[in-house]
Design a protein around this ligand. Structure first.
Ligand code: HEM
Length: 464
């Protein structure tokens, strides 16, 4: 076996993998460009790769059966990895970061907020928010100015999550969320691999982060305080959490616990969907045939009516394009776990305490699962193709018990937004933009996406 610098193969009981630097292993590469590092490792070494990253020993896995084993079949043997500690610093012990009995209790409390019947009602609120945004867009379009697509989508999905989950709107405080969340997101992304010491030092970046977090918390505590004061039961997520009582003590959730859950939902519930939409427009702009198919479909199915939940079943092409965009640019580009006990993955022993990296960005590009993986092709999501594929070959929403609680919500939201926009506008990207994915907590388009709004006139239903 040839040894080529830090890519020399490391032979042991471990699966193959890059040797990396002494002590640090692949940490410098993972810090510099995690997506590239994971992608290269899977391309080079296959479905199970041994990766040492500083103090951590880990497996990068990309075979669907192994992924199912970790995320679903043997999920009890895994907790979220220490990489989620940075997320815990800001979101606290909420649904995304908590474990075991506490997590299960919270998940059960939250679940009814996402039931199908509620989705039908929430779809109306989503369209109402989209219409409000479109009214503002009308003015921008009239001025001929371009929009910052990511910012626009962020503002829209944020309005939707606040209205559907907390039955309020942020009003003037939306500005605080828009300003502080990117600072927090960036710092968490930058410090994923950092030690606790590095994040505790009074560095300017840490000070900025703490200040931003404090400001964001005031918005969250205000939402909680207003609801406690009004005592209204809105049958929304916030009411579900507020009315929960501990079975033994009868105590309700404290403000701090509520803050963690509200913060989690606010952030997990808008950032990812807005990026899914931004990437979808980015891809559509390079595939005018699909873009036209969607416009035609929206004309045919919705025409000049108001978009609603009832239309969704027939917005097939729209859904397929969004799903394909989630394959190529999965906003939650990587998840990871820590083994609580020894396990075996792909025939290799995995020791207790090791990390497992499940990277949708990588899995979605494995040529054996996705032929010609870089090609944008919504036909991959026809029922025949879907039936022929392993469920865990496509994991933009993760999977198993810790899979995304907002999966359906996000798909309904994304379809309705694309449809409502298509009724009025073609989103035309400005030429000569060099956009690339930046892996922070989420996969962001860097430096952003600028677009012009071109007016469309929907044709009446059935006359395409
Ligand atoms: C396109 C949009 C979305 C994507 C790509 C996405 C992706 C994911 C992924 C991959 C996970 C699993 C994380 C892990 O295994 O460590 C997850 C969990 C979660 N997501 Fe989403 N998500 C999206 C939208 C939403 C929405 C709209 C909400 C809320 C309304 C939401 C709330 C959550 C929560 C609370 C969890 C943690 C669930 C648990 O552990 O019980 N997400 N999401």
């Amino acid at each position: 076996m040839q040894v080529e610098g830090r890519y020399g193969v490391c032979m042991s009981q471990n699966p193959p993998g890059p040797r990396g630097y002494p002590i640090l292993g692949m940490l410098p590469d993972l810090r510099a460009d995690p997506v590239r590092t994971f992608l290269d490792a899977a391309d080079r070494y296959g479905d199970v790769v041994h990766l040492k990253a500083g103090p951590y020993d880990g497996f990068l896995i990309s075979d669907p059966a192994d992924i199912k084993h970790v995320l679903q079949d043997n999920a009890r043997n895994y907790h979220k990895s220490p990489l989620y500690d940075r997320l815990r610093d800001s979101l606290g012990n909420g649904l995304l970061t908590s474990e075991d009995a506490f997590w299960l209790r919270q998940r059960r409390l939250a679940q009814p907020a996402f039931h199908r019947q509620r989705l039908v009602t929430m779809a109306d609120a989503m369209v109402a928010c989209a219409e409000q945004a479109l009214e503002r867009w009308d003015q921008i379009a009239a001025s001929g100015e371009p929009i910052d697509l990511v910012e626009e989508m962020m503002a829209l999905t944020q309005a939707i999550i606040v209205r559907t989950m907390f039955s309020t709107d942020l009003g003037a405080t939306a500005e605080i969320v828009n300003r502080t969340w990117p600072i927090i997101n960036r710092r968490i992304g930058e410090t994923f691999w950092a030690t606790k010491v590095e994040t505790a030092l009074p560095l300017p970046a840490n000070v900025r982060f703490r200040r931003a977090l404090g400001e964001l918390e005031t918005v969250v505590y205000r939402i909680i305080a207003e609801r406690r004061r009004s005592g209204r039961d809105e049958a929304d997520l916030l009411s579900m959490f507020l009315s929960a009582r501990d079975e033994e003590t009868g105590a309700g959730m404290t403000d701090h616990q509520l803050r963690n859950e509200v913060m989690t939902m606010l952030l997990a519930g808008h950032e990812t969907t807005s990026l899914a939409l931004s990437w979808t427009y980015f891809l559509l702009s390079q595939h005018p045939r699909v873009e036209q198919d969607i416009a035609d479909e929206v004309d045919r199915v919705i025409g000049a009516e108001r978009a609603s939940f009832a239309h969704l079943d027939r917005l097939t092409r729209t859904r397929q394009a969004i799903e394909e965009s989630l394959r190529i640019y999965p906003p939650a580009w990587g998840v990871s776990r820590r083994a609580l006990d020894d396990d075996e993955i792909g025939g290799y022993p995995l020791r207790k305490g090791s990390l497992v990296f499940v990277i949708p960005f990588v899995v979605h590009r494995r040529p054996k699962l996705w032929p010609d993986p870089d090609r944008f092709d919504p036909d991959r999501f026809t029922p025949e193709h879907e039936a022929a594929r392993h469920r865990f070959a496509y994991i933009p929403f993760g999977g198993g018990p810790r899979g995304c609680i907002g999966n359906q919500f996000a798909m309904v939201e994304a379809q309705l937004i694309v449809a409502a926009v298509a009724q009025r506008y073609r989103v035309a990207l400005l030429p000569d933009q060099h956009v690339r994915p930046e892996p922070l907590i989420t996969l962001r388009p860097k430096p952003g996406i600028r677009a012009k709004l071109e007016k469309r006139s929907p044709r009446a239903n059935g006359h395409v």
